[in-house]
Ligand binder design. Structure first.
Ligand SMILES: Nc1ncnc2c1ncn2[C@@H]1O[C@H](COP(=O)(O)OP(=O)(O)O)[C@@H](O)[C@H]1O
Ligand SMILES: [Mg+2]
Length: 409
């Protein structure tokens, strides 16, 4: 049994109340082992808290960044019950954590954020889309499908709305970085799509003719205070986030609509911690909700270097009931993801990348695989176009090096 009662001298004698402020050196449990958990642990430590990560592998970044690492299944209820007696706060860094684990921790008096109910919603596209629709929040046309026949009917209904770009089928659960999705451009693909995506519940959506993608992160405390972070502009390549710009190129009315959508989402869900709303921005400035994350989000990494507070600090502050001051852009910044493809033929040469004095490199220490998020870089400058030019140049150098190595191989 890897778990030992070693990290806590301040176990809650009673249930933690919504208005309670949880101060250092309380212990925050992070369920899940990825880079989001690692950067959360880093922020928590800087703010004076202890952290314990529960994740499956010794090698997981969040385990390495935390004060303590319990190698085990974060969905193991018995394990979470033992852990919950010794920590004040329990949070997650992935939708993969079963809501039942959060219920178990809440029953033992911990502050649990996201709640089991929120976690239930954000890990299922059917519940996310239905949530937006139910609360009259703007969302594109969609259908929920539980059979090949329903997929056929949904294609027929949505195809005329897709404006030639078609319809996208997404698995209700488990998809990320464009995985578990199929684009459809013709009728009668129901059986093929149902088969290809594994005969699981699906959400079908009409293609949205967006001019930009965006995200807004809101930090919200247990007593209902909230602060929206600056709106980010996101560029995806092959379904995976490629680059985030802060600030984006949006007009004031679009910014206001996006923030209103994210704040309404935070309130209606009664979120504690961070909620990220991914959005599509239309030509006329309207925004449509795409999907949710109740945790730090890849687009928010740009705040690590370019904003007055990082998304990770805001998450910890929201969990612990600390003040949630406005988040200012300190300098325009661009975050560029580094995928495992750049490791083809060996680790990249970072010297060129780090030539610009404002550039920072953040590596997660994971084993490289094509399409896997290995790290990111952040470039800041006096204006956003310069920051973007620097980011693109650095990425171009990395890409060229891979192409050269491939030619030599
Ligand atoms: N209905 C849609 N219309 C146009 N593009 C879409 C649509 N749904 C998804 N996409 C594109 O695919 C990307 C990934 O889809 P998303 O639903 O965010 O799934 P995930 O990020 O969980 O893989 C989006 O960021 C967007 O670029
Ligand atoms: Mg997405």
């Amino acid at each position: 049994m890897p778990y030992m009662k070693i990290y806590n001298r301040h176990a809650p004698a009673t249930m933690i109340q919504a208005t309670d402020v949880i101060l250092p050196p309380a212990t925050i449990a992070i369920l899940g082992g990825g880079q989001l958990g690692a950067m959360l642990a880093e922020a928590a430590r800087r703010m004076g808290y202890r952290t314990v990560c529960v994740s499956a592998s010794e090698e997981d970044p969040a385990g390495r960044w935390s004060d303590h690492h319990v190698v085990g299944d974060p969905g193991d209820i018995a394990l979470i019950r033992r852990l919950a007696r010794d920590v004040q706060v329990v949070t997650v860094e992935t939708e993969g954590i079963a809501p039942e684990a959060l219920t178990a921790a809440a029953e033992l008096g911990c502050r649990v954020a996201p709640s089991a109910a929120v976690q239930q919603t954000v890990r299922d596209r059917r519940l996310e889309k239905t949530f937006f629709k139910h609360h009259n929040l703007p969302v594109g046309a969609f259908c929920i499908c539980d059979s090949a026949a329903q997929v056929d009917a949904a294609i027929a209904e949505l195809l005329p709305l897709g404006g030639g770009a078609g319809v996208v089928a997404k698995t209700a659960r488990g998809g990320y970085d464009g995985k578990g999705q199929r684009w459809i451009k013709t009728l009668h693909q129901g059986a093929a799509v149902w088969e290809a995506l594994g005969q699981v519940p699906l959400v079908l959506e009409a293609a949205i003719p967006f001019v930009a993608e965006a995200s807004v992160i809101v930090a919200r405390s247990a007593d209902g205070r909230k602060t929206a972070l600056p709106m980010f502009q996101n560029e995806h390549r092959g379904g995976i986030l490629f680059q985030t710009r802060m600030p984006g190129t949006f007009e004031q009315p679009t910014l206001e609509k996006a923030v209103a959508l994210a704040e309404a989402t935070a309130d209606k869900l009664d979120v504690v911690g961070l909620i990220t709303v991914e959005m599509f921005v239309l030509r006329d400035g309207r925004v449509l909700a795409n999907e949710l994350a109740a945790r730090p989000h890849n687009s928010g990494h740009v705040t690590l270097r370019a904003a007055s507070r990082s998304q990770f600090e805001m998450h910890i502050a929201a969990l612990c009931g600390l003040p949630l001051p406005p988040v200012q852009i300190l300098r325009p910044g661009v975050m560029t993801n580094l995928l495992g493809d750049l490791w083809a033929g060996g680790p990249p040469d970072w010297t060129q990348v780090l030539r610009d004095s404002s550039a920072t490199l953040h590596l997660y220490g994971k084993g490289p695989r094509p399409g896997r998020k290995m790290g990111h870089m952040i470039h800041t400058a006096a204006d956003i176009n310069t920051a973007k030019a620097m980011a693109d140049r650095a990425f171009g150098l990395l890409n060229d090096a891979v192409a050269r190595r491939n030619m030599l191989a």
